[in-house]
Design a protein around this ligand. Structure first.
Ligand SMILES: [Zn+2]
Length: 130
């Protein structure tokens, strides 16, 4: 946590067992289409990110970690299963589930990543017909 920086955001899981706060800047949201996010999130992953030192998890005992690949692990609530964090091994940032942030987030969607793994039911723009 950086000295003197005010809280930028707060968030938590579905049941409230895990709550966290962020000091310092949050990245805008990236929508991830990778096959792991599809299995984890029903379809897409939506993540902001911050510096690991800016993230404070208030009740770590409810947080569990799943190593989803050699290069990253994913943090989730052991009570409700909500996925909250994606932590790469390089340690330069930690991704925070955009949907778990308390509103208003002040964020926008910055872009889409891993579209090469996009699900076959994902039509262009992923929107319903008007
Ligand atoms: Zn929970």
């Amino acid at each position: 946590m950086s000295e003197g920086e005010e809280q930028r955001a707060s968030g938590g899981c579905l049941c409230g067992a895990v709550r966290y706060s962020v000091r310092g800047p949050l990245r805008d949201v990236l929508i991830c289409h990778c096959s792991m996010c599809q299995r984890l999130h029903t379809h897409l992953g939506a993540y902001s990110a911050c510096s690991p030192s800016d993230l404070t998890v208030e009740n770590k005992e409810a947080l569990r970690w799943y190593r989803s690949s050699a290069s990253a692990r994913r943090g989730f609530c052991s009570e409700c299963g909500a996925n909250l964090f994606w932590e790469p091994a390089h340690g330069h940032h930690i991704s925070v589930s955009a949907g778990s942030l308390d509103r208003p987030t002040g964020l926008r969607v910055q872009g889409h990543i891993h579209r090469e793994e996009e699900a076959d039911f994902c039509t262009d723009a992923g929107t319903l017909p008007a």
